[in-house]
Design a protein around this ligand. Structure first.
Ligand SMILES: [Zn+2]
Length: 335
């Protein structure tokens, strides 16, 4: 098994489940990792794959990091390990892709050991692709492992879900997440702001330290503008124009966080059943409490749904600026 010091603290229950599988001597052929984006499913899948592929002397850590198998793995060239994702610029995983890759991994083992295929996101498979995968799952070759990763398990075929052993990944406690972020080299203030912007899932924000600092910096300006707009001190068209300059997915992530924070605050003020808070949003949106009397909870829920819709449309549309403007005007009109 993996050394405790190498395990991400909130993954301990999942590693215990893996230890149990190994102890039963009947390791599943397919695992389904469920959990929202950013809780570390991919990280876990890679650690598990490397552990199974490692051919070094059994050590305490389960991964030697120095055998040829580990070297290939770390350089991304292991012949018995494939990560299958949608093709560049596409959203779906096609049947051809499933056929080619499952042949490649499952037909021959180069090292006479495990063969591992990771599929992410598993819900991106077309129906034909899923049916083709089912055939592999019905008669799995020995020493093979398929790891399916998804944050939308309901979109998978029930027949696939029922053939895989499920591991559920949940949000870490805020202290665990902050400790982890600090371990990645961020100071406390940055870690707290990152966690808020990640909706409690610390690996949700992608990019290097420079990108992240840039987002945190830009988000200060976004908040200044949106706060002014929602207080009717700034015109929504101007605000939308400014925000349309940002990278859309980063801005949408921020917007989703803003509405989550407004909903949590408003629910608290209305004495509705308290939503469990996953992060301290005040660090990202100072003074947010003063805004909430302007909104009713239902209108906030409606706007949050509109953000989700905006995210979905943004990927398929060219007039992003206009859509953002329409959304900002709607929010302005709801105050
Ligand atoms: Zn090794």
């Amino acid at each position: 098994m993996i050394k405790t010091s190498e395990i991400i603290s909130w993954h301990t229950p999942q590693w215990q489940q893996i230890a149990q599988f190994l102890g039963q001597d009947r390791f599943p052929h397919a695992l389904l990792f469920e959990g929202i984006k950013g809780v570390g499913k991919r990280h876990f899948a890679f650690q598990l794959a490397q552990m199974l592929l490692c051919q070094g002397e059994p050590t305490e850590s389960g991964i030697c990091q120095s055998c040829s198998s580990c070297e290939w793995f770390l350089s991304g060239t292991h012949p018995d390990f494939v990560v299958l994702e949608p093709d560049e610029g596409k959203k779906l995983i096609s049947v051809d892709s499933i056929r080619q890759n499952s042949q490649k991994v499952f037909k021959t083992s180069h090292q006479n050991g495990y063969r591992v295929l990771i599929l992410e996101p598993a819900d991106a498979m077309t129906i034909e692709a899923a049916n083709s995968l089912l055939k592999t799952l019905e008669e799995p070759p020995p020493s093979t492992l398929l790891i399916l990763l998804t944050d939308k398990p309901a979109r998978l075929l029930p027949t696939i879900r029922s053939r895989a052993s499920r591991l559920k990944f949940t949000l870490p406690k805020a202290e665990q997440a902050i400790t982890w972020l600090k371990g990645q080299g961020h100071d406390l203030e940055t870690a707290e702001r990152m966690l808020a912007l990640s909706l409690g899932a610390p690996m949700r924000l992608q990019g290097d330290a420079e990108d992240i600092n840039q987002v945190l910096l830009e988000s200060k300006q976004w908040w200044k503008d949106w706060k002014a707009m929602l207080s009717r001190q700034m015109n929504p068209v101007t605000v939308a124009k400014e925000c349309a300059k940002a990278e859309p997915s980063l801005f949408l992530n921020w917007l989703e966080t803003l509405f989550r924070a407004l909903i949590e605050n408003a629910a608290q003020a209305e004495n509705s059943p308290k939503l469990s808070s996953v992060a301290n949003y005040e660090v990202l949106f100072p003074g947010i409490n003063q805004l909430i009397q302007q909104f009713s909870l239902p209108s906030l829920f409606r706007m949050r749904d509109n953000v989700v819709e905006l995210s979905q449309r943004q990927q398929s549309s060219l007039n992003w600026g206009l859509q953002l403007e329409a959304f900002a005007c709607d929010c302005y009109a709801s105050t």
